[in-house]
Design a binder for this molecule. Structure first.
Ligand SMILES: [Zn+2]
Length: 176
């Protein structure tokens, strides 16, 4: 079964938050700043279904920030034994329910952690409204998450490799 022949709603409900919506609704300054970030894949966390990246803006603080993108539907999709792992991952990213987090101050205090929590695409809970920094609660994510989401298609091979390794380790541990 090829990915192209699948209808998105064969797997997912329509009201879930897709990657596309997070990217589209990002604030224009973050969109512009995300163009210059460097995105490196770190690993796939099998149990939590996190894709871990480290992201840095050479024109910003120059610090590396840990970004998690959770592809919640990967377990569900994995039941399809005929589909190659890379297609499963791509499908979970493009058509699945996505949750995100970044450790940078802009995400934590600029209102995005709150927006993400309220709109149900945040990994971590945040109930404090950004009354001073982002009173109109505009945008969706920081430049690091945005940069990672926009670059994620270039990392599918690496994610697949890590996914397979982690899956193998998981089953190894079970048999011990
Ligand atoms: Zn960030």
């Amino acid at each position: 079964m090829k990915m192209k022949t699948l209808k998105f709603n064969e797997y997912f409900k329509l009201n879930e938050i897709y990657k596309e919506e997070i990217v589209k609704n990002a604030d224009s300054v973050r969109k512009s700043n995300a163009q210059g970030v460097v995105v490196e894949f770190v690993k796939f966390h099998f149990r939590k279904k996190y894709i871990e990246f480290r992201v840095m803006d050479p024109r910003g603080s120059g610090k590396w920030w840990q970004v998690f993108i959770q592809i919640q539907n990967i377990a569900q999709i994995s039941r399809d034994k005929k589909m190659p792992a890379s297609e499963k991952i791509q499908l979970a990213i493009d058509a699945g329910d996505i949750k995100v987090s970044c450790k940078c101050p802009d995400f934590l205090y600029g209102g995005y952690k709150y927006i993400a929590h309220v709109a149900e695409f945040g990994i971590e809970k945040e109930e404090r409204e950004p009354v001073f920094k982002n009173p109109k609660t505009k945008g969706t994510v920081c430049k690091h998450i945005l940069g990672a989401l926009q670059d994620i298609d270039n990392h599918i091979d690496a994610i697949e490799k890590s996914y397979k390794e982690e899956a193998k380790n998981k089953y190894k541990k079970k048999t011990i």
